[in-house]
Design a protein around this ligand. Structure first.
Ligand code: CP
Length: 308
């Protein structure tokens, strides 16, 4: 399968076969079988918003494959600060690098960059819209835990937290449409999953059920996908303090979980997963984040045509 030259902007741009090909390639990368096929290639990182995992795991992936990296992590140090348009920034970077990874606060910024760029643009998160490479690593993680994801037997995945603005949630729900199963949601009032994602899931035969509490979700799911409650979205700080207490998982609550249930979180966590969860068999979020390296190696190798 040839993904050479492809932009990675939205999960919706990828077929089930293409997703599975990326996951299979990631497994090859994880086994260390790829060598250094990107020697002599250069990746630019354009991060207009903060990041730890996405930027650094892309850099690690490129370096492991023999390539080199350059970029900025603070837009204040780029000429965007002087008023340069995003389109002009992209027109320059495409002349310097073979591939670029961009995170931007505006929904649709990655699509705009792809329309301008002749080299592959990889969306590292655009506003509250999409975070497709996070989704590939989420799917990779889930499929290694639960091979029945791919065989179509279906899993129950519960999403908790800020489902309105959480781009990792939106991307993953779109991807799960290829794999069947059941989705549960639990979110504070005003931060529920937007109806368009419920409609998309229903269109693919997946039920989306809002459950009353985190405890209900924990008892029923195979995968609990936690997300950060974004304090900045709450108009009333008192309301935030009240709600955050009901969106915190601790080890005691997990006694009601199925033994095989695993907790994922795109990270960073703030206070929604208590530290005592880390030592339980349910905690899987650090392994999930580590999977970002082989998955991003696969993406870079494929879009640069170095692996097929
Ligand atoms: N999951 C994720 O996107 O993490 P960062 O914000 O640290 O890149």
């Amino acid at each position: 399968m040839d993904l050479r030259g492809r932009h990675i902007i939205s999960i919706a741009d990828f077929s089930r076969d293409e997703i599975l090909h990326i996951l299979r390639t990631a497994a090859v990368m994880e086994s260390g079988g790829a060598g250094e096929p990107l020697a002599g290639r250069l990746m630019a990182t354009l991060f207009f918003e903060p990041s730890t995992r996405t930027r650094l795991s892309f850099e690690a992936a490129m370096l492991k494959l023999g390539g080199r990296v350059m970029g900025f992590s603070d837009p204040g140090s780029s000429s965007a600060k002087k008023g340069e348009s995003l389109a002009d920034t992209i027109r320059m970077i495409e002349r310097y690098a073979d591939v670029m990874v961009m995170r931007h606060p505006r929904d649709g910024a990655a699509r705009l960059a792809a329309e301008v760029s002749r080299v592959p643009v990889i969306n590292g998160g655009d506003g509250s819209n999409q975070h497709p490479t996070q989704t590939f690593l989420d799917l990779y993680t889930i499929s290694r835990l639960f091979p029945q994801l791919v065989s179509g037997e279906g899993l129950t995945v519960a999403f908790a937290g800020d489902l309105r603005y959480g781009r990792t949630v939106h991307s993953l729900i779109s991807a799960l449409c290829h794999f069947g199963g059941r989705i549960l949601t639990v979110a504070p009032r005003g931060l529920e999953l937007p109806v368009q994602y419920i409609a998309e899931a229903n269109h693919h035969g997946i039920t989306v059920e809002a459950v009353p509490s985190l405890n209900d979700a924990i008892a029923a799911c195979d995968v609990l996908y936690m997300t950060r409650l974004q304090e900045e979205r709450f108009p009333d700080p008192l309301e935030f303090d009240h709600i955050k207490a009901s969106y915190r998982v601790n080890a005691e609550m997990l006694t009601a979980a199925k033994p095989h249930m695993r907790i994922l979180h795109p990270l960073p966590r703030v206070n929604e997963i208590a530290a005592d969860v880390d030592a339980t068999a349910h905690a899987h979020y650090f392994t999930q984040a580590a999977n970002g390296i082989p998955v991003r190696q696969a993406i870079l190798g494929l879009v640069l045509g170095a692996v097929r």
